[in-house]
Design a binder for this molecule. Structure first.
Ligand code: NDP
Ligand SMILES: Nc1nc2c(c(=O)[nH]1)N=C([C@H](O)[C@@H](O)CO)CN2
Length: 232
């Protein structure tokens, strides 16, 4: 893992993204954090942070310009920013912009800085539902599937300097306020029936940053949900 070039992490200010950021810093991996609303605990961490609404092209362009002004190269990008939005046309547009347009734009706009590194990684945080759909989050699952398709194309386009992979989690962390019935129903969907927290993502990101021979692949961490046939 490079000890100098920074890794860009989106959605770094809470939950999975914050846990990942903290672990990367603990491993002496510099982080460039992107968040939308409130930096929250990022204020207390030694890192470069940018407030960007990633659904806004102009704000992404400003971020790209600032990063080019400040960095000759990047260790990589973890595309973690996301919304778990209910279905509806307005939300589909939001999901498209955040889960597909933003990663596509940042990958293209930063590829020169990634290719300037001795080794770089792009990691798309997808979702296990991308391969099977989700009757209650149709747009979310579809845009996560599109995000995974970026992995396939960018892996081929940027090899061998830049590895590009998808991490496809099942349950990680319940939303605040999730009721007991929902929690139990969700836990029952997987063979490993516990709420794992951020570790499946954090552990897999650290693995991908160190392994030599993975690109264009999906790393599924879903508690064996795909084996609970007959349950959705
Ligand atoms: N939690 C879970 O059980 C699961 C999560 N995942 C995936 O794992 C990843 C992390 O999950 P989790 O931590 O729960 O995610 P959250 O939904 O809790 O947080 C997502 C992050 O994305 C940021 N974000 C949202 N919209 C924008 C925007 N327009 N511009 C910039 N940043 C934005 C948020 O910033 P802000 O707070 O400032 O709005 C926040 O930091 C996500 O990609 C998610 O889809 C997949 C399966 C299960
Ligand atoms: N951006 C987010 N994506 C997802 C979340 C979340 O909180 N934010 N949560 C889930 C669920 O936990 C699901 O995995 C189980 O109900 C999915 N994606």
């Amino acid at each position: 893992m490079s000890a100098t070039l920074p890794l860009l992490v989106t959605g770094a200010n809470r939950r999975v993204g914050l846990a990942l950021t903290r672990r990367l810093l603990a491993e002496d991996q510099p982080v460039i954090a992107v968040y939308r609303d409130d930096p929250g605990p990022l204020r207390d961490l030694e890192l470069e942070a940018y407030q960007v609404d990633l659904t806004e092209e102009a704000q992404r362009d400003t971020l790209l310009q600032q990063l080019h002004e400040r960095h000759p190269a990047l260790r990589g990008i973890v595309h973690n920013a996301s919304v778990w939005a209910e279905d509806g046309l307005d939300n589909l547009r939001l999901l498209y912009r955040l889960h597909l347009e933003a990663p596509y734009h940042l990958n293209l706009g930063l590829q020169d800085l990634l290719l300037a590194a001795p080794r770089a990684d792009i990691i798309h945080i997808g979702d296990d539902s991308a391969t099977r759909g989700s009757r209650n989050h149709i747009g979310y699952a579809a845009t996560k599937a599109a995000l995974h398709n970026l992995t396939l194309s960018f892996a081929e386009a940027l090899a061998p300097t830049v590895r590009v992979n998808t991490i496809a989690p099942g349950l990680l962390i319940f939303k605040e306020g999730a009721d007991e019935a929902y929690r139990q129903a969700t836990l029952d969907k997987a063979l490993l029936d516990f709420e794992p927290g951020a570790d499946p993502i954090v552990d897999t990101v650290l693995y991908l940053l160190s392994t030599q021979y993975a690109t264009g692949s999906t790393f599924t961490v879903n508690g064996g949900r795909h084996l609970r046939h007959g349950r959705r």
